[in-house]
Design a protein around this ligand. Sequence first.
Ligand code: HEM
Length: 151
Amino acid sequence: MSLWLFLHLLGVAMWMGGGFSATAVSLAARAEGRAALATVARLQWAIVRSLVFPGSLLTVVSGLFLTFRLMNGLAMGNGYLVTMQWLGFVGALLALTVLVPTAAKLTRIDPMGEHAAFFDRMRARQRMTGIVSGVLGLIALLASAMYRYGG
Ligand code: HEM
């Protein structure tokens, strides 16, 4: 049980930490010219590939194992636990199905070339998905703290 909880917390740390790092890179990139956006996209992909992707996957898989272990237990109907499970699940799904492919796609588009408008659209999608998935993850984190110690 503690191994799955450890993997769950490691997944959350990687996913949220990666998300915060990618956001920090994004904010720093605002001071750079458009030519730097290709490098920024590659750096963000490195963060997404090595932290957000494995982290969100680990969070969901370990969360499912923890849920199977708790099945039929008293905690199962706990509102905070259910909030963590569902918001965490949707947030991770969004990261895995939209954010990760979009971040990968951005590394293959030239921000200065003929597909500059497409690059901007993909960047806006990456930003929006990152915000929604990150907020869901943060609410799940808040719910997990409330689950143990109450409101
Ligand atoms: C960003 C998303 C998530 C965060 C931040 C998060 C965070 C946490 C934390 C901090 C704990 C430890 C709680 C404690 O023992 O005091 C925990 C436990 C747990 N989480 Fe999550 N979690 C997330 C997603 C999920 C998902 C998607 C599932 C299920 C599919 C899930 C199922 C569980 C279960 C069953 C436990 C064990 C509860 C217990 O043993 O009493 N979590 N989670």
